[in-house]
Design a protein around this ligand. Structure first.
Ligand SMILES: Nc1nc2c(c(=O)[nH]1)N[C@H]1C(S)=C(S)[C@@H](COP(=O)(O)O)O[C@H]1N2
Ligand SMILES: [Mo]
Length: 382
């Protein structure tokens, strides 16, 4: 840079709050939010597609509720932080030459990848919370794969920028220039940072309301925080799932298969068995969750009534015959848990058809998507 250019750059920096001081401070908080989001997202993925080494406890019963709540809250909080971060570095994104030397091309390429991947994650995640899918790829797979791209690009970016970040953090936020020079700036850096923290806090609050009970009042942006039959939200109704007739059919039987033994139960027969109460949350992967009082037959008692349970995974099938919700696999650790129920009632009333009547699975510390409703068959896997 020539002397004149340096002078120009300095003047630009003095007249705007943009620059590494704001970018590095917002960047650190954004990085933490992304890290929380990534780790909790990985957990959720592993619970739903467990690798052989993976271990997920049934207790405390609210564990998945907390990790998935943290996933969605940190992701939503990252959105305003990312916007402020992009604003702070905005002029640099378009600095000439756009491509330049191979090294510079590499740096620019990695930043394009980073911004693209993080934007993709935050936008698809947000639209998934709203259950709005204006694309034709399968959300979980794309969201999962792109998370590695985002975090990989972030690691490279941090390594490359470490000297700049160190330097920016070692200097005071506001330069010790004359009051006049600071006064010439339209907004102070402090004001920009305050705006970043406040907007991230507000974004967290409006989405946290769908999972943190005492923040319900704040859930203005949470699509499913509110009411459903028996005080619990519903993601997919019996009508939407096309199971109303089969669920109400007087010939309904729950089939239970343990090894080479098989038994069928009417709903009344299930009601005649010893009943257990459990207070367990439904924790949807989309981030909403709500606790409820469930009553029904302990899964392990039901299996024991049919045959000797060999201690393996258990497959649940729904009256709903197609789609990803129509079945789920429960690991042995959860299957033997005293609070894992084939639920027949909810909050003291007969299970509403939208919550899974005649009966549904409810197990502790599991994603909502695996709490299969309208059960037709329970089968112990070999
Ligand atoms: N058969 C079936 N089971 C299902 C679903 C479904 O669509 N079909 N939705 C799942 C999802 S995504 C969630 S979050 C919970 C919601 O349970 P609720 O509607 O009783 O609150 O049920 C799960 N069980
Ligand atoms: Mo869900």
């Amino acid at each position: 840079m020539s002397v004149r250019e340096t002078d120009m750059a300095e003047r630009v920096r003095v007249s705007t709050a943009r620059g590494p001081e704001v970018a590095s401070r917002v960047g650190i908080v954004l990085g933490v939010a992304i890290l929380i989001c990534f780790c909790t997202g990985l957990l959720s993925h592993w619970i739903q597609h467990p690798p052989s080494w993976f271990w997920w406890p049934a207790h405390p019963v609210w564990l998945y509720r907390v990790t998935q709540g943290a996933h969605v809250i940190s992701g939503v909080a990252a959105i305003p932080l990312l916007l402020v971060k992009l604003w702070a570095v905005y002029p640099k994104l378009f600095q000439r030459p756009l491509i330049g030397s191979p090294l510079r091309a590499l740096e620019r390429g990695s930043i394009a990848l980073l911004v693209g991947a993080i934007l993709f994650e935050l936008v698809t995640g947000l639209l998934n919370i709203a259950q709005y899918y204006p694309w034709n790829f399968f959300f979980p797979t794309a969201h999962y794969a792109m998370a590695y791209v985002a975090v990989g690009a972030l690691a490279v970016h941090l390594a490359v920028k470490l000297p700049v970040i160190r330097d920016a953090l070692s200097r005071p936020l506001e330069p010790a220039k004359s009051a006049d020079a600071v006064g010439r700036r339209h907004v102070s850096r402090r004001a920009v940072l305050t705006a970043a923290w406040v907007s991230a806090g507000a974004a967290s609050l409006v989405v946290a309301g769908q999972t943190v009970p005492f923040l319900r009042w704040a859930a203005v942006l949470a699509p499913r925080s509110g009411e459903g039959p028996q005080g619990l939200p519903v993601n997919r109704s019996a009508r939407a799932a096309g199971v109303v007739d089969r669920a109400r059919d007087l010939a309904y039987r729950l089939t239970v298969v343990v090894g080479d033994r098989k038994r069928q139960f009417t709903r009344d027969e299930l009601l005649a068995m010893p009943q257990t109460h459990a207070r367990l949350p439904i924790a949807c992967v989309e981030g909403w969750s709500a606790s409820a009082e469930w009553t029904g037959v302990r899964l392990r008692d039901l299996l024991a009534a049919v045959g000797a349970y060999p201690g393996s995974d258990v497959l649940f099938r729904s009256l709903e015959t197609s789609g990803i919700y129509s079945s789920s696999v429960l690991p042995q650790r959860h299957a033997v848990d005293a609070e894992t129920l084939v639920a027949l009632s909810l909050n003291g009333e007969t299970l509403d058809i939208d919550h899974g009547y005649p009966c549904r699975l409810i197990a502790p510390s599991r994603p909502g998507v695996l709490q299969t409703k309208w059960l037709s068959t329970i089968e112990v896997l070999p």
